[in-house]
Design a protein around this ligand. Structure first.
Ligand code: PLP
Length: 461
């Protein structure tokens, strides 16, 4: 559908209905309603349009998910066909569907070696709830039922259900929900700006940050600890790219104490880091036991998530486990699975993942790094197709703005005004653009970000 073919939208009426009836996620409803929500009406490639006709480069791929970009007819066709043939059937009654079976097999082809099984959910949050169930079931089956504790990181994001929000380390979420639930504890994140020591090298910081896991295991008693979970690159926490020394050391510690390693790849999976899964990137290089996925598996066209289950857990479940008392009405939803198959096939046949590794991500890295010469910006870094920079009050002295000034939110609003979506997380400004972005589109996105930094600086004077 061409932009001109779209019906006209009554923006004021839509805003009024939204304000009257729609409670938005992670939003201060009162201030949203005072401003009025922006109504997004169309997407094509790496761009979205609002109801007033503004064109915006989607630097966040929706919410880290539209990996293939908008307007893909092949994904629409896959959904349409499956809806006509069999829109829904469950996987509870000793039944399966063609798309669920085919996608399971396809995922085991693209997953790291040793991942032959998948458990489907509707979202990343449910995926991480499933992780907790799988991990505890595994240790029960090993005759070690006391191994219950999962260790995660402060400022991690693992989802919004009670269990996933507990696994996450967002203090604002914990405060509002009496979280975490029992059996989940946190260590600090590998964010050198916050936790580094003066003069400490990145390498040494990475090893010291990984050491916090070992200290926590020893504090709790290794025989009490079931698993460690982490995002290869913390996304919602502000695109915190750990030093290269961090993850191999985490792997070594998990191996030493026999603790399961869970890689939450809800953002980093499906090519975002230039590999099918983030744990395969040489900067990360881990051998997880479980991999949580969602988002990019369907490029966000329909909701689907799940857990890739590594060999030792799958074997225990299948050979000793009997019934696994867990599942969702829509586990393996055939229409969502059909879209995921079309999405994975397109990522593969069009060489998108490979191109991210060899061309798109290195180009983004070079262009994004140039933003660090802006007086407001520093530490402009990326890995694959995620990138973040820090807004500095005084770059030389590395001092940050007072949080009350809301400089990040001002910058985010300027970005929208200038036609690019960029997200603010405290002192950090972050992007995760569609994997299919061209060099010209990257150039335009960076130019719009630079203009927004200029406007933010001008607004502070
Ligand atoms: N895990 C990570 C790393 C995420 O970034 C997210 C969502 O942003 C989730 C889990 C939760 O996924 P969902 O919103 O699909 O429940």
């Amino acid at each position: 559908m061409k932009l001109n073919d779209l019906p006209t939208f009554d923006t004021a009426a839509l805003r009024a209905k939204d304000a009257a009836h729609h409670l938005h996620p992670f939003t201060d409803t009162r201030s949203l309603n005072a401003a009025g929500a922006r109504v997004i009406v169309r997407g094509e490639g790496v761009r979205i349009w609002d109801s007033e006709g503004q064109e915006i480069i989607d630097g966040m791929s929706g919410l880290w998910c539209v990996n293939l970009g908008y307007g893909r007819q092949d994904l629409v066709d896959a959904a349409t066909h499956q809806m006509q043939v069999l829109p829904y059937y469950n996987a509870f009654f000793k039944t399966t569907t063609a798309p669920a079976a085919e996608l399971s097999a396809l995922l085991s082809e693209i997953a790291p070696p040793g991942f032959e099984h998948v458990f489907f959910t509707n979202s990343g949050s449910e995926g991480n709830d499933t992780v907790i169930r799988l991990v505890r079931r595994y240790w029960d089956l090993q005759g070690q039922p006391q191994r219950k504790i999962l260790i995660s990181r402060h400022n991690a994001y693992h989802g919004s259900t009670m269990a996933a929000a507990s696994l996450g380390g967002m203090s604002g979420m914990h405060e509002q929900g009496d979280l975490p639930i029992p059996g989940i504890t946190h260590i600090d994140q590998p964010y050198q700006l916050q936790h580094g020591k003066p003069g400490e090298s990145e390498h040494d910081f990475g090893l010291r940050a990984a050491g916090w896991l070992e200290a926590k295991i020893l504090e709790l008693g290794a025989d009490q600890v079931a698993a460690f979970i982490g995002e290869p690159v913390q996304g919602a926490g502000g695109v915190i790219i750990p030093p290269a020394s961090y993850w191999p050391e985490i792997q070594r510690i998990c191996d030493k104490y026999g603790i399961l390693l869970v890689s939450d790849e809800v953002i980093c999976g499906f090519g975002r880091l230039g590999h099918w899964f983030g744990c395969q990137h040489p900067h990360i290089n881990t051998r997880p036991d479980l991999i949580t996925f969602a988002k990019g598996v369907t490029s966000g066209y329909l909701p689907l998530g799940g857990v890739l289950v590594g060999e030792r857990i799958a074997r225990a479940l299948i050979e000793q486990g009997g019934d696994f008392n867990h599942g969702f009405t829509y586990s393996g939803h055939p229409t969502c699975c059909a879209v995921a198959i079309a999405n994975v096939q397109a990522l593969r046949s069009e060489g998108v993942v490979q191109r991210v590794a060899t061309d798109t991500a290195p180009y983004l890295a070079r262009q994004f790094a140039t933003l660090a010469d802006h007086p407001l910006a520093g530490d402009a870094q990326s890995l694959g197709m995620v990138a973040g920079l820090v807004l500095y009050k005084d770059k030389a002295a590395r001092t940050l703005f007072d949080a009350d000034l809301g400089v990040g939110y001002r910058c985010r609003d300027n970005c929208f005004k200038n036609g690019v979506v960029m997200r603010a997380v405290e002192e950090r400004m972050i992007i995760a653009p569609p994997l299919v972005m061209t060099h010209d589109e990257i150039d335009l996105m960076i130019a719009r970000i630079r203009r927004s930094l200029d406007d933010t600086l001008a607004g502070l004077r």
